[in-house]
Design a protein around this ligand. Sequence first.
Ligand SMILES: Cc1cc2nc3c(=O)[nH]c(=O)nc-3n(C[C@H](O)[C@H](O)[C@H](O)COP(=O)(O)OP(=O)(O)OC[C@H]3O[C@@H](n4cnc5c(N)ncnc54)[C@H](O)[C@@H]3O)c2cc1C
Length: 326
Amino acid sequence: MKILVYAEQQDGHLKKSAVEAVSFARQSFESRGDLNITVLLGGQVDTQAAAELGLYGANSVWMPAESILNSFEVHLHALAIQQALAESGAEVLVMAHTYCGKSLVPRLSVAWDAVLAAGVNSPPECASDGSWKVYRTVYSNKGIASYSVSGVRRILSFLPNALKPVECSSPCTVFPWNTTVNSAAAKTRSLELQKVQGKIPLTEAERVISGGRGLKGPEHWHLIEDLAEVCDAATACSKPVSDMHWRSHDEHVGQTGITIKPDLYMAVGISGAIQHLAGVSSSKTIVAINTDREAPFFKVADYGVVGDAFEVLPQLTQAIRRLRKG
Ligand SMILES: Cc1cc2nc3c(=O)[nH]c(=O)nc-3n(C[C@H](O)[C@H](O)[C@H](O)COP(=O)(O)OP(=O)(O)OC[C@H]3O[C@@H](n4cnc5c(N)ncnc54)[C@H](O)[C@@H]3O)c2cc1C
């Protein structure tokens, strides 16, 4: 079974989702003795880092020889992936359901005439007839739907953090790869890039500390940031908080914001409205801190603290700081 994995990079560094994608492919189809995983890098990265994808199950890695793919342009990347699919002879394409992945998979599904299983949250269950059973959340995370997937060509995109990468083999060979993609095929042009500096990217974070309107104002956000710092966590917020410009929109999670699936999501002063939960309820462990014991967040939380954020947060931060020092 030949699999092509598309591995994202940014500024010459592999994204966390690149390692996850290789490991997801390896763990999903390990039982196939004839498994061969080729990785197409979405741009040029350090050769040593590329070779380490072998530790997670890649058999070979293709590094674009030209710089044309280094910044993401969906039409160019879709064409490059199609070329790599044809050259590798892959029957399955695996990638992360990230911002880039979401825009690529529908295009590729049509262009490559493949069945698409998009945004699945666990490895497919492979049946003896060759079909897969895949699971994904539906109706704003209120339900889980299962689908049977069959067909000669298949595309599988998985939610970031769906699976812990597992080391399994040894470094592999990195080959230079020449793409026939021409920059004239680009249909969009990036005019300006505003980067969030010095923060853990929300979509890649394993721990997230999030604040809502219960924090009363932006001047109190140091309480969230202090806790995030001692937990090595990213910070997030509810929609009203970003609408009121207490925090920037790149922190807004929920139905109309970013969907995340961290190991730990701590919601402070957030009521737990359905539109907020839509973006966070797949988190592995949820902690809610709220003065209102009837707050809806407590219905989905694994741990709850009924208390005032202004009293609880400093104590919690101090206790975790002490624990980590010890
Ligand atoms: C179409 C649509 C899409 C939407 N999309 C999103 C979305 O993507 N993301 C999102 O977040 N919302 C979204 N919303 C808004 C959503 O419905 C809620 O209004 C919003 O999530 C509420 O934000 P909040 O919990 O911060 O504020 P509130 O609802 O005002 O809740 C504040 C909470 O803080 C608690 N609190 C108060 N003081 C303290 C204290 N001192 N210590 C601890 N707790 C305290 C209160 O008990 C309360 O539970 C959407 C709404 C619509 C209609």
